[in-house]
Ligand binder design. Structure first.
Ligand code: ADP
Length: 485
């Protein structure tokens, strides 16, 4: 017998499967919801990732779903011996997810059958839920990979028993909608033809748009992003404006158990466990982290280091990084840059080549490295986020937690969480336009601040004390669930 009030349906969940913020949220929010009285479980696909291969699993349910005129087997499995504070289930779909990547991998690139993979994932989950004696009170779907669920339980005959379960759809990233042509309609279980419009956007089946139309409630991961989607969302603006009454923005929190400078298992040295910190405690912690990092990467300890961590794509502003770094380093300012990420191949090549030219001032690590990311948040002086769009952004919140000052473009969740350091409750540096000039001015401001040691240390001490934990945000989801029940 399962006991869960909310089932979160997600493609990612830290620590089992993470490629970005979705994984962090699905791996933290359920824990905080459970302690707030909404017992939560998460279901993700069973990938062939290292975490999965390292764990043993208990078989909970064996089923089959109908797709493409055939029955396909699936199982629901639960990892044994985890230290998670919520139930994590995995759908094992042979041939679809037992691969080394989430959406793609280094060898094969983006998987070309992602449409089939995530449709199968959603249908298998609904078949499992249909078979539960005690069903969840809420189905909470995350991003387009779970976006067809609200439509399927509303209109597909085979899932009719689930019709009354309220659905919440959270948008972590509206850049990916998962659209596919109507020619593939038969991948979905049968539904009445007159509701075609509730799946459609621009003559395609659009899981993101369908979720916005059919879910009982929509949330975005920051209030600012919700407003921006109504003005700029790659053709979905009208839909977001039209459905705004059932939408709300809830800023993500961070998991204080995982991201804790006192205990972080990826760090070699920690902040002492104290009730109140002196400037000296923080200075010692930061200096220690910086020393370790600069010796590990062969960098200069005496200059400020600005780090970028994330997907090397336009969304994150990665395409202005080469020009920006060139401009700053050519201007002779004594600043260093560290880049950790992967994405567009032209950026991999360009940034790598620049790192040879600016050896000692630019360090580039192409790839995904959870441990290095934690060490960089702890050791850097500033974190740079020149995002083109930013639904919430977690990097700036992790940076604050480790005493690293964010330099961010004033957009989406960045605007909702960062206040100019010169103002009351200031915690970072903001710039407006998506341009090298504005970003460079912000970096110059950071350099000045770094050299005004008294001010710099005051800002750093202040940001250490800011609370962006999940408690507050989780209570807003609780309020929403209560309203829907
Ligand atoms: P996204 O839009 O990519 O989900 P978020 O800011 O919401 O961006 O979350 C990014 C998360 O992914 C953070 O936990 C960040 O540290 C992590 N991350 C991104 N790229 C990398 C990388 N190359 N190596 C390690 N962690 C990364």
């Amino acid at each position: 017998m399962y006991f869960m009030r909310v089932l979160h349906i997600s493609a990612e969940c830290y620590p089992a499967a993470k490629s970005g913020g979705l994984g962090d949220v699905a791996g933290a929010l359920p824990k905080y919801l459970t302690s707030a009285g909404w017992e939560s479980a998460v279901v993700i696909p069973k990938y062939g990732l290292p975490w999965t291969t390292k764990h043993r699993f208990k078989l909970l349910h064996v089923g089959a779903y109908f797709l493409n005129d055939q029955y396909h087997p699936y199982t629901i499995e639960e990892p044994l011996q985890t230290d998670l504070d919520f139930s994590l289930y995995m759908v094992n779909l042979p041939g679809l997810f037992d691969r080394p990547g989430i959406y793609g991998d280094a060898e094969k690139g983006w998987y070309t059958d992602n449409t089939e993979r995530f449709i199968s994932f959603q249908i298998a989950i609904l078949d499992w839920v249909k078979n539960m004696d005690l069903k969840p009170e809420i189905l909470h779907c995350h991003d387009y990979h779970a976006g067809l669920v609200p439509f399927l339980i509303k209109f597909s005959k085979i899932f009719e028993v689930l019709k009354k379960i309220p659905t919440v759809f959270t948008i972590h990233n509206a850049e990916y909608a998962g659209s596919f042509p109507w020619l593939k309609k038969d991948l979905l279980p049968e539904f009445p033809v007159e509701v075609n419009g509730l799946l459609d956007w621009s003559d395609q089946i659009n899981p993101l748009a369908s979720a916005v139309k059919n879910a009982w409630a929509i949330t975005t991961v920051s209030p600012g992003y919700l407003l921006e989607l109504q003005q700029f969302s790659s053709g979905l603006e009208w839909l977001f404006s039209n459905e705004k009454r059932k939408c709300r923005g809830i800023l993500n929190g961070i998991d204080h158990d995982v991201w804790d400078p006192k205990t972080d298992t990826y760090l070699n040295a920690h902040l002492p466990d104290k009730v109140a910190y002196e400037l000296k405690d923080i200075e010692d912690f930061k200096l220690n982290q910086k020393k370790q990092l600069v010796s590990q990467l062969g960098l200069n300890q005496n200059i400020p280091w600005i780090t970028f961590i994330g997907r090397l794509v336009r969304e994150k502003g990665a395409d202005i990084l080469p020009d920006l770094i060139n401009t700053v380093l050519e201007s002779g300012t004594g600043i260093g840059f560290i880049i950790l990420g992967s994405g567009e191949h032209y950026l991999h090549d360009l940034l790598r080549s620049m790192s040879y030219k600016y050896s000692g001032k630019l360090h580039v690590r192409i790839g995904y490295d959870e441990a290095l990311a934690h060490q960089l948040y702890a050791a850097s002086d500033f974190i740079l986020m020149p995002s083109w769009v930013e639904p919430c952004g977690l990097n700036q919140l992790y940076a604050l937690r480790y005493g690293t000052i964010p330099i961010v473009r004033a957009i989406g969740g960045l605007k909702d969480s960062i206040v100019p350091w010169k103002e009351k409750n200031g915690n970072g540096i903001l710039f407006e336009a998506f341009s090298v000039v504005d970003a460079k001015n912000a970096i110059d401001e950071a350099f000045e601040l770094f050299n005004d040691r008294k001010k710099f240390e005051e800002v750093r001490k202040f940001i250490f004390g800011i609370d962006f934990s999940w408690q507050k945000s989780a209570s807003e989801y609780v309020k929403l669930y209560d309203e829907l029940n």
